[in-house]
Design a binder for this molecule. Structure first.
Ligand SMILES: Nc1ncnc2c1ncn2[C@@H]1O[C@H](COP(=O)(O)OP(=O)(O)OP(=O)(O)O)[C@@H](O)[C@H]1O
Ligand SMILES: [Mg+2]
Length: 228
């Protein structure tokens, strides 16, 4: 049986301001190890809200979330913060790199925060990730001295630094041109195929989604069932 990395069980989510609105309804799915899964759907259907819950940042929901077979329900914030840092890598639409630091240091930051390996080893890991993504030459540049496409690859290297169980992305190609979007897609694909990296990516890009292992389509806060 395949290893399950993430599981959503009957997740419901309400916003209460100004009136009660149900924004996610009965969300159920599993993501297996090494799967490259996308979440698609119209603007406002609840994709970011769902990703917020799945990444443990939002704890105000009904139902259950399991990451790496451990329930995330009713856990103290310190534990959730550790899970986020250790088990989840994030790639957003905007890269959030720190301009005053070198590329290498930016990639090292979540590794330093995890505080599991000595600094030299974190640096070695960071160089490995940069090399894997073909951008090792940028290591000593300042983060504001590289292109937009390079920044997003650096953000992916940073997401990989703690060898997460799963990489989550909210529109990671949303701010890139076609060429750079394809490059990021190819990197994700390579990570899934060569390194068995699990990926859960929210995207508007239907072409992108069609080329992944599985697409979860949402409408009005619900998952549209697959028609076979
Ligand atoms: N903090 C909030 N309070 C109340 N309603 C919210 C809040 N955040 C989001 N919503 C509403 O919840 C719904 C889902 O929003 P969400 O941001 O998850 O959509 P999305 O699918 O990510 O859209 P997009 O593709 O535009 O990013 C929308 O109707 C939105 O207006
Ligand atoms: Mg969104």
């Amino acid at each position: 049986m395949a290893d399950i990395i993430l599981e959503a069980r009957n997740i419901n989510k309400y916003f209460h301001d100004p009136v009660d609105v149900k924004v996610l309804s009965d969300i159920n799915f599993k993501v297996n190890k090494g799967e490259f899964v996308t979440v698609t759907g119209k603007s406002g259907c609840g994709k970011s809200t769902l990703l917020y819950i799945l990444s443990t940042m939002d704890t105000d929901y009904e139902g259950e979330l399991l990451i790496d077979n451990v329930s995330m329900v009713n856990r103290p914030e310190a534990m959730l913060a550790r899970v986020r840092n250790e088990k989840i890598g994030f790639v957003f639409q905007f890269h959030y790199l720190l301009n005053e630091f070198s590329v290498l240091h930016n990639v090292m930051l979540p590794g330093l925060k995890l505080n599991r390996y000595p600094i030299q080893q974190v640096e070695h890991h960071a160089m490995e990730k940069l090399t894997r993504l073909g951008i090792e030459k940028l290591a000593n540049k300042k983060a504001n001295q590289v292109s937009g496409g390079e920044k997003q690859r650096i953000a992916i290297a940073r997401a990989l630094i703690n060898d997460p169980c799963i990489i989550m992305g909210d529109e990671p190609t949303g701010n890139l041109d076609k060429k750079n979007s394809e490059l990021v897609f190819d990197i994700f694909k390579q990570l899934a195929e060569e390194y068995k990296q699990t990926l859960l990516i929210v995207t508007h890009d239907q072409e992108f989604a069609a080329r992944t292992h599985r697409r979860i389509q949402m409408e009005d806060g619900k998952i549209i069932p697959d028609v076979h």
